[in-house]
Design a binder for this molecule. Structure first.
Ligand code: ZN
Length: 142
């Protein structure tokens, strides 16, 4: 099942966020101030079953429920540029009907700040641990 992001949302997101190269490769930066608890952006992409997701693979698969995985590898999904942090300023949250994923601000965010959320233990162990975590929080204690 394909899920299309509306042009309006894409235009709005383009005004509010920008993809930039940071210390940790490409990241997503806010161009606007965000309040604590604000809904920042939706993590969008093709809706896959577990079977389809396993077949497709990739680093942008977001497990929403036992029945649904979102493949966020599409370029229109700006949320895919949000890097992992062990001490993030955002969090990912699944809606009640387990069909959509939204990124919320965990604290007040200033314009120009990079957005981050914690990818979770499973992803961290599989993809981040082998090369060493390069998030701001880990770097400062290394
Ligand atoms: Zn880290």
């Amino acid at each position: 099942m394909k899920k299309k992001t509306t042009t309006k949302t894409l235009e709005k997101n383009a005004l509010r966020f920008e993809v930039k190269r940071g210390l940790n490769g490409l990241g997503l930066y806010s161009k606007v101030p965000l309040k604590r608890g604000a809904r920042v952006i939706e993590y969008t992409g093709d809706h896959l079953t577990e079977e389809e997701a396993n077949e497709r693979g990739g680093q942008y698969l977001f497990d929403v429920s036992k029945k649904l995985t979102i493949d966020g590898s599409g370029r229109e999904n700006l949320a895919r540029y949000i890097n992992h942090s062990c001490k993030p300023n955002c969090r990912a949250e699944i809606n009640e009907s387990e069909t959509r994923v939204f990124i919320f601000a965990r604290r007040k965010i200033e314009p120009g700040e990079e957005l981050t959320y914690n990818y979770g233990k499973e992803f961290w162990t599989e993809f981040i641990k082998p090369k060493g975590c390069r998030c701001g929080a880990c770097k400062s204690t290394a």
